[in-house]
Each structure stands twice: as structure tokens, then as C-alpha cells.
Design a protein around this ligand. Structure first.
Ligand SMILES: Nc1nc2c(ncn2[C@@H]2O[C@H](COP(=O)(O)OP(=O)(O)O)[C@@H](O)[C@H]2O)c(=O)[nH]1
Ligand SMILES: [Mg+2]
Length: 328
């Protein structure tokens, strides 16, 4: 299919979905003569304090609306969890109007504070620039991008500190251009809360080694200095085997794919997580290499029974995943 036809047919599909989510899905019945999903009545008292959180640029509006349409149609028309949008530049009025029109849930728009999207004083920007150039030369994806570095650092260390998230127990990270392939027939937030989960994912992948050369050695230093914050190696819930084939000497590049994640805000705001983030940040890897969020950190700090793999089929760019195993 040509790129043009693909875009055109996607637009049509999005239009169909958005008109559904705006009109026909709200009462729980699609207007095609069949009852597809008899909605559970969601008791507002039981609703988890949770929201979708999206870091996004104004220019990604179309792709974001597509994601919202999917999320509303497959899940949120029943639950009405709010949406929170964050950006280091002010959102345009068009962005605000056209995202607000996608949902009947509450929406809010937050500006990323400058100090969360700039170089800390200890970073040598000349060196960082050289490193980006070198990575771009090697053809590493996003290797030459400066904004990508700020984005990754923000997603790793700061977004959950935004005041718009103050009242939340859980957030669900959503990105532009995500497709949810099936109806989501349970409330992942409620599941996470009821089962005391801290981190939820659907996909794990192997990272490009060149982007995280020093990540494991830097992490080991932190682990050795903070033994009380790390799940002990003899604990049955220790997840080291997930990220290392040799008991922790080397890192196997396996990481949660954070493009989809549902996690506890309290966990990310905890002293333990903050201490680890600060340690990585001070080591400079967000700028001199290309550390991304939640590579391995959750695995060393949380026991396996607080990590949940969700059975949610999603499609992002070229990755399609329908995962069925539950990791407990
Ligand atoms: N506001 C803002 N959002 C960004 C920027 N770069 C990336 N994002 C968002 O961060 C998330 C991840 O970015 P993406 O380009 O999809 O990276 P990938 O998933 O690693 O390929 C998406 O939600 C993007 O919309 C940026 O410079 N500014
Ligand atoms: Mg993405």
C-alpha cells in the first residue's frame, strides 16, 4: 500500500472510530443492532485515581487523536479516566480543542518546567554534542537527536513530578499513533491497585547496546551503595534473571518497553527510585549516551509479584504484540 493510501485509509478508520467514540459508544451499545459490550457499571467510588499521561508535541495532533480514538473506543468510554497532556512548549488552541473533542473525560494540559527540559550544570555540552555526532555517524536510531535526549530524561525522571499528577495513584503512558487491537474488557488500573502492582507492561525488548554502554556498570555502583533499596539476590521475587544471563555480571539488554506502561506514581516518586534516577543523571548517560526511561531500573527495585504483564494487544509503528503470559 502506498504511504498516501495508507494515510488516507487510516484517516477514514480514525474518522469512523472517533464518530463512534463521540456518539454511539457512550451509552454502551453500538448502533448496529447488536449489543457488543454490555458495560459494567463503574462505581465512581471504586474508581482508581488514575489518568492517561501523554508527553506530546503540537505537531503530533493527528496521530494523538488516533490513539485517543482507539483508547476511548476500546476502553475508556466505560471508565472515563482523565487525560493529561504535557509539553515543553505551550499547546496550541487547535490542539486543545481537537483533543478535548475526543473524549467526555476530563482533560488537562501542562507545561514542562524549563529546569526539567534543559542541561544540568554538570553536563559538558560540547562532549554531548560530539557524542551525538558520533552516534549519528554510526546510524544509531535517534543517535543525533538532542530533543530525544531531553525527552528520555524527562520521561525517566520528571514527568511524574508534574503537579497535574499529584493526586494520582497510577498513570498509563500513551503515545501518538498507538492502536489497541481489541476491546480492553477489564480495568488495568483497578487490577494494578487491587493486586498491589507497581509496574505494568506489555512488551519487553532488547535495547541497542551502543545506546547504553555504561548503564549496567553505573547501575551496579548504585546497587552496591544502596543494598537496602534493591530486591536481595536470594529473594524469590528477584528479577535479575530477566536482565542478566550471568547472575548480574553483565546486562543482557532486556528492558520493559516503556512506550506502554502503567505504573504507580508513588513508586516513581519514592526516595529509592529518585535516588537511582539522580545517580544515572549525574553519570551523564542521558546526554553522553542515549539512556531511555525504565530500562532496567524497575527490575532491580521491585519484586516480581509487583510487576504485571498486561494482556493488551497493541500496535505501534511496526511492532504488534499480543502477549498472554502473566508474570507474577
Ligand atoms: N513534547 C515533546 N514530546 C516529545 C518530544 N519528543 C518525543 N516526544 C514524545 O515522547 C514520546 C516518545 O517519543 P517517540 O518519538 O515516539 O520515541 P520512540 O517511542 O522512542 O520512538 C511520544 O509520546 C512523543 O510524542 C519532544 O521533543 N517534545
Ligand atoms: Mg513512540
Amino acid at each position: 500500500m502506498s504511504a498516501f493510501r495508507e494515510t488516507a485509509s487510516r484517516r477514514q478508520e480514525d474518522k469512523r472510530r472517533s464518530s463512534q467514540s463521540a456518539d454511539t459508544m457512550r451509552d454502551g451499545h453500538k448502533k448496529d443492532g447488536n449489543i457488543h459490550n454490555v458495560p459494567h457499571t463503574v462505581d465512581q467510588q471504586e474508581r482508581v485515581k488514575a489518568a492517561f499521561v501523554v508527553l506530546v508535541r503540537n505537531r503530533e495532533l493527528d496521530d494523538l487523536r488516533s490513539s485517543m480514538s482507539h483508547m476511548e473506543t476500546t476502553f475508556n468510554w466505560k471508565y472515563n479516566y482523565p487525560w493529561i497532556f504535557l509539553n515543553e512548549e505551550p499547546f496550541t488552541q487547535e490542539f486543545i480543542n481537537l483533543t478535548r473533542s475526543m473524549t467526555k473525560a476530563e482533560v488537562s494540559y501542562g507545561l514542562v518546567p524549563k529546569e526539567h527540559w534543559s542541561y544540568p550544570e554538570w553536563i559538558n555540552q560540547t562532549h554531548a554534542k560530539q557524542q551525538r555526532k558520533e552516534m549519528a555517524r554510526k546510524g544509531i536510531i535517534y543517535g543525533g537527536s538532542e530533543s530525544y535526549r531531553h525527552m528520555c530524561r524527562y520521561q525517566s525522571g520528571f514527568f511524574y513530578m508534574h503537579p497535574l499528577l499529584d493526586d494520582l495513584e497510577y498513570y498509563w503512558r500513551v503515545e501518538p499513533d498507538v492502536k489497541f487491537m481489541c476491546d480492553i474488557d477489564y480495568d488495568p488500573f483497578a487490577y494494578m491497585k487491587t493486586h498491589k502492582k507497581k509496574y505494568g507492561f506489555t512488551i519487553s525488548l532488547r535495547e541497542f547496546k551502543e545506546t547504553v554502554e555504561s548503564l549496567w556498570s553505573v547501575t551496579r555502583v548504585w546497587m552496591d551503595a544502596n543494598k537496602e533499596l534493591v530486591v536481595p539476590s536470594d529473594h524469590p521475587g528477584n528479577l535479575m534473571k530477566f536482565i542478566s544471563e550471568d547472575g548480574g555480571s553483565t546486562y543482557n539488554m532486556c528492558h520493559f518497553w516503556s512506550n506502554f506502561e502503567i505504573a504507580s506514581v508513588r513508586f516513581l516518586r519514592s526516595d529509592a527510585y529518585q535516588s537511582y534516577f539522580r545517580h544515572l543523571d549525574e553519570a551523564g548517560g542521558f546526554f553522553y549516551e542515549r539512556f531511555t526511561s525504565s530500562m532496567i531500573w524497575d527490575t532491580v527495585m521491585v519484586p516480581s509479584n509487583t510487576v504485571q504483564r498486561h494482556r493488551i494487544g497493541l500496535r505501534m509503528a511496526s511492532v504488534i504484540a499480543i502477549l498472554e503470559q502473566i508474570l507474577t
